[in-house]
Design a protein around this ligand. Structure first.
Ligand code: SER
Length: 380
């Protein structure tokens, strides 16, 4: 089995070989963008380069970005735990072109990496392209269809509308048509019974989007109008946890090696046999092992729980984890803070800021847990 460490490194090395500079993830907590509380996409740190407000030194960059989707336009919080492939905090692998290469290269390289390097079976891949939108006066993306047709059979290229294939950072900001890559992880038998094309964008847990290639060419203004940008850019984002799921032959992101240690800790702590656990317990385990990462990374980047703004969002995540654990795992004592150490170890060499602040992170989490458990125990 390929380890998640190898999978991440392969991505960065691949784009390095295509003359991209490997850069660091931006902090997950945003301090200087009033339109967002947390980084919700790899492209956030490059917003000004897309808008033409900054002239980037390097025209091609790549990284893995810590993202959190718990507020605003991209908010997955309530789904997390109930399905097997959404997360609050996740890593987004990305490659960017600032006014340099465009659709042809972005599509060709995505195909090369997935099918030749990672060796995902081409028969399991579907791609979607923008069908156009009259109200925004943006035509269907025939250029993307042409580029994909060089690599993939026409019946695997599907057209979808604005909801799925027009990406926007928030209510305002960089945006453009996008092309998503979906993989069908179902068994041979299931695939023979029903074509994967019919399941794309239907919420099927084993036919999932893994990579989004965005062709940034507009700025959405506060008026709602789309303004054409002076240059065209590439912004891609691959869900790292989902990529690991596809490459490690499991059908849940929570069953990848990324969560192995925190899952083992919880099952041991609460005496649960994972394969025999009730659905409510499995949901609670997923909530906990997801949320602890969100807490650890946001606290490491400077956001502590509080009663307002971004701090309140963090407090809600912590309380959601503690409540699920209290109700379905029988957790009546603080325990989340103990998981922080495992997260730190898992990301050593990738996000060392967690290890550097581990004591502080554990103290904050334990204090919050204690306070909240007192409330839960007293039934208030
Ligand atoms: N901005 C796109 C996304 O977040 C691709 O990086 O999906």
């Amino acid at each position: 089995m390929k380890s998640s460490q190898d999978i991440r490194k392969t991505f960065l090395d691949f784009f390095k070989s295509k003359q991209h500079l490997i850069v660091k993830s931006a902090p997950i907590v945003l301090k200087d963008d009033p339109t967002l509380l947390f980084v919700n996409a790899g492209m956030n740190q490059f917003k000004d380069s897309f808008l033409g407000l900054k002239n980037p030194k390097h025209k091609r960059v790549t990284d893995t970005q810590k993202c959190l989707r718990v507020s605003g336009k991209h908010n997955d919080l309530e789904e997390v735990g109930h399905d097997t492939y959404h997360h609050t905090m996740f890593e987004m692998l990305g490659n960017w072109s600032f006014g340099d290469y465009y659709k042809a290269e972005a599509i060709e390289w995505a195909w090369e990496l997935l099918t030749h390097i990672y060796k995902i079976d081409a028969e399991r891949i579907y791609v979607t392209v923008f069908a156009g939108d009259e109200a925004d006066r943006v035509p269907a993306d025939e250029e993307a269809v042409r580029e994909w047709s060089r690599w993939i059979a026409p019946e695997r290229i599907l057209k979808f509308g604005k909801k799925d294939n027009f990406w926007e950072m928030g209510e305002t900001g960089p945006s453009g048509p996008c092309s998503e890559i979906h993989v069908d992880l179902r068994s041979e038998r299931e695939r023979a019974q029903q074509a994967g094309a019919t399941l794309v964008n239907t919420g099927h847990p084993e036919v999932v989007e893994i990579w989004n290639l965005v062709f940034i060419q507009y700025n959405r203004k506060a008026s709602g109008a789309l303004e054409e940008l002076p240059e065209k850019h590439i912004d891609t984002g691959m869900g790292f946890e989902r990529l690991c799921m596809a490459l490690q032959g499991v059908n849940s992101t929570y069953d990848t090696d990324l969560f192995a240690r925190s899952k083992a800790f919880i099952t041991a702590e609460f005496g649960i046999v994972y394969d025999q656990a009730a659905e409510a317990q499995l949901i609670a385990i997923r909530v906990v092992i997801d949320h602890i990462r969100a807490l650890v990374f946001t606290i490491a980047d400077g956001q502590i729980p509080s009663n307002t703004g971004a701090g309140y969002v963090i407090r809600r995540i912590l309380r959601r984890a503690a409540r699920y654990a209290f109700s379905y795992l029988g957790a009546h004592q603080p325990f989340l803070y103990k998981l922080a150490g495992l997260v730190a170890e898992d990301y050593t060499g990738v996000f060392d800021e967690v290890t550097a602040q581990l004591d502080f992170i554990q103290r904050i989490i334990e204090e919050e847990e204690k306070g909240f458990l007192r409330k839960l125990d007293s039934g208030s």
